[in-house]
Design a protein around this ligand. Sequence first.
Ligand SMILES: CC(C)(COP(=O)(O)OP(=O)(O)OC[C@H]1O[C@@H](n2cnc3c(N)ncnc32)[C@H](O)[C@@H]1OP(=O)(O)O)[C@@H](O)C(=O)NCCC(=O)NCCS
Length: 196
Amino acid sequence: VEGPAVSAVAALPSISLRLYRPSDADAFAQFRRDPTSTALAFGSVQVPQPAEVVQQMADGLMARGDLIWMWVDDADTPVGFSLLTSVDWLNRTLATGSGVFSTAQRGRGLGTLGRRLALDHVFNEMGFRRAYGEFAAYNEASRRSHAKLGVEVVGARRQVFHVSGAYYDAIVYMVRRERFNELFPPDPNRYLGRRA
Ligand SMILES: CC(C)(COP(=O)(O)OP(=O)(O)OC[C@H]1O[C@@H](n2cnc3c(N)ncnc32)[C@H](O)[C@@H]1OP(=O)(O)O)[C@@H](O)C(=O)NCCC(=O)NCCS
C-alpha cells in the first residue's frame, strides 16, 4: 500500500554568496582531498594539498582576475562555491565552475540553487550576457543540474579528462542571460526597497 508522499530530504539551507577569504581554504582543501570530487569537478584526481597550497592557488586565481564566490549558509559556513574565470568585461562573457563541498549535501537541490544564485548575480547585477562552462561526460548530476538552468551544449573538448587510465570528453555549454531570465525572472525591486 502506498503511503502519503513524505520527503526524505531535509530542508535545504538558505544560502547566499560572498567572496572567498583565506579561512575558506580548509573547505577547498577538504574537497580536493576526495578523489571522486576532484574527478567530477576537474576531470582529474589530485594529490591532496594542504590548505596553505590551496590558499596560494586562490591568490593566483584572484591575481589574474578570476572571482571565487562562496555559497554560505545562515551561519556563514561555506557549503559550496562558484569559480568565475575568463572574465571578459568587453564582451560580457565569463566561464563558471562550481561544486557542493560535502558529499552528504549533494543531490538535494543545493548545487542547482548555488549555480542559480551565481548566474542571477552575474547576469542581472553585473550585466554579463553569456556564461560558459563544461562538465565531464560522466558527470550526470552536473549535466542535469545545468539543464535545469537553461544551458545549451555548444561543443565538446574530446578526451581531455583523464581518470584512472581512461580519457573522457568535457562537454562545453553556454547559458544565455535571456534564456536564464525566462526561467527565473529577476525581481527588479529586490534591492531597491520599492514595492513591485
Ligand atoms: C554537480 C553538483 C554541483 C550538482 O549539485 P547537487 O546539489 O548534487 O545537484 P542537485 O541536487 O541540484 O540535482 C540536480 C540534478 O542532478 C540530479 N542528480 C543529483 N545527483 C545525481 C547523481 N549522483 N547522479 C545522477 N543524477 C544526479 C538530480 O536528480 C537533479 O536532476 P533532476 O531534477 O532531473 O532529477 C554536485 O553534485 C557536486 O558538487 N558534485 C561534485 C563536484 C562537481 O561535479 N562539480 C561540477 C563540475 S562541472
